[in-house]
Design a binder for this molecule. Sequence first.
Ligand code: FES
Ligand code: FES
Length: 166
Amino acid sequence: MARDSKTPTSKSGTTAVSLSVNGVDRKLVVGQHESIADVLRDRLDLRGTKIGCNSGECGACTVLLDGVAVCSCVTLAATVSESSVVTVEGLAREGELQELQQAFMEHGAFQCGFCTSGMLMSAYALLSQQRKPSDEAIRTALQGNICRCTGYVQILNAVRDAAARS
Ligand code: FES
Ligand code: FES
């Protein structure tokens, strides 16, 4: 996935990257240490992606990168040019919540909501691969996402229910 060997870096240490973000083509010049999370939040004003630990431990920053759930806080933007990024803002369509988002609401699968976008993106990646995952598969998909307030039962129920509706 890393493309740093192919992506030209200027003498100033910046790199021109092209990304598709929620289906919109974006061209940016990024610093060598800028993460995808930094770019999303600070450059593109997509603040649904949260930064918690900023070290790949909590999953709050999870986005889809070429369809795979990744921690955007530890993925350097300069290494992923020509990739497709989907964030939580990309889930709803024309004002309609994605069924997974609807299920989270109906099951009360969040309280403060800080973990929610990361949970949604990990679950969305799973359901994109497996329409009817087992509970074990759901737990495995979400094992990198930490919630400090809701508890995991409602989250598991929401993902299971969203899968059942599809
Ligand atoms: S903020 Fe990225 S894993 Fe915690
Ligand atoms: S709802 Fe608060 S951290 Fe999960």
